[in-house]
Design a protein around this ligand. Structure first.
Ligand code: SF4
Ligand code: SF4
Length: 360
């Protein structure tokens, strides 16, 4: 027997509200996934720092192996190595993990919208924490008018275009030579040093980004992140989408009000936008049973009384799919011995201490 009840609504609502049967678990699940991934990144960061310190101190400190997962922070190397793989059919020798992680995140976007941004990316997690902090502190977040918002959103595509053009013009030989330069070999160390020895200008830019992130929801992701731009473009091909059932929807507008990407969820039947990160915040806010769901296109059934079946993705399914894709790529790279960059220690002993003086 169903426990759903029709609740009387204000006169402005024409359809009765069939309340959701089960409480929403999407945001709790997403938060756990974000925190686990953040902890994994913190662990990798600590290991990498110890590894760098070992070479900076001439081998006098504790040696820890280099965590190849740090290459997840080298998306340009990931893009270059992916192009190298497609041109030559060979897995690159330098920073192969960057490529495997890049491909894993691309596949996630292809299957699960831009879930990488809302479920995994540590910068996305920080951005979300910052705008929530800002909302608590200022009482609200700023929403830029369309004529400012839309051109600003184009910035990330321009940045992506710049990198795509730069890498697109490189031959396989040029890609490989770049990776084998001293700069290419220790580009991860240079990235760490950028934050360790950050200049006043760098600090000012970072401070401004943090401030803007407290004012505007997902400022970095929305306007500036070329990685998110690429994931968003790939996600346009995803069969998984936020889908609204007009018959169950009571047009309350709660979904649109909470959407961090400011999408008009309450007015569309499905969300195709490259800005949708499958965060399910809209689903969590929706009060009506079956009105809003993340799912595949409905499938036809032979039953004439029920011609369409919803194919809904629960938060658990999203988590399992993310974990499966992530570990499948990492395990494959491990099993085929393509996970680590195998450089002799002498090379690092020479290059790591002089990393700041290396340019490309
Ligand atoms: S439409 Fe829903 S899932 Fe997509 S970004 Fe907005 S709130 Fe998140
Ligand atoms: S889909 Fe949006 S507008 Fe419709 S009932 Fe749910 S929250 Fe309200």
């Amino acid at each position: 027997m169903s426990t759903q009840t029709a609740v009387p609504l204000p006169a402005s609502h024409k359809k009765p509200l069939i309340r959701r049967l089960l409480p929403d678990r999407s945001q709790k699940t997403r938060r756990i996934v974000q925190l686990v991934f953040l902890a994994l990144n913190a662990w990798i960061g600590l290991q990498f720092y110890l590894w760098v310190r070992y070479y900076e101190h001439g081998g006098q400190t504790l040696y820890v192996p280099r965590p190849a997962g740090v290459e997840g922070w080298l998306p340009i190397a990931g893009l270059m190595n992916t192009k190298y793989l497609f041109l030559t059919g060979h897995v690159p020798v330098i920073h192969p993990a960057a490529m495997f992680l890049f491909l894993a995140f691309l596949l996630m976007s292809l299957l699960l919208k831009k879930a990488f941004c809302a479920w995994l990316c540590p910068i996305g997690t920080f951005s979300e924490a910052l705008w929530k902090l800002g909302r608590r502190f200022y009482g609200r977040n700023l929403h830029l008018p369309h004529w400012v918002d839309i051109p600003l959103r184009g910035l990330k595509y321009l940045l992506l275009g710049f990198f795509a053009f730069f890498i697109g013009t490189m031959s396989a030989e040029a890609l490989q030579s770049f990776m084998f330069t001293p700069y290419g070999l220790i580009t991860d160390v240079k990235m760490l040093n950028f934050f360790r020895d950050i200049s006043l200008t760098g600090l000012a830019v970072l401070g401004l980004l943090v401030l803007l992130s407290t004012l505007i929801q997902n400022f970095w992701c929305r306007y500036l992140c070329p990685y998110g731009a690429l994931m968003g473009l790939v996600s346009l091909l995803s069969p998984v989408k936020i889908r609204r059932d007009e018959t169950a929807c009571i047009d309350c507008g709660k979904c649109a009000k909470v959407c961090p990407a400011s999408l008009p969820v309450d007015q569309l039947v499905q969300i195709r936008s490259a800005e949708c990160s499958a965060c399910m915040v809209c689903v969590a806010a929706c009060p009506a049973e079956h009105a809003l769901q993340l799912g595949l296109p409905p499938s036809r059934t032979p039953d004439p009384a029920r011609r369409w079946t919803r194919r809904v993705l629960t938060p658990g399914t999203v988590t399992s799919a993310i974990a499966y894709i992530f570990f499948a790529f990492v395990l494959y790279a491990h099993i085929t011995s393509h996970w680590q960059t195998n450089m002799p220690r002498d090379v690092y002993m020479h290059l790591v201490p002089i990393a700041n003086s290396l340019t490309h």
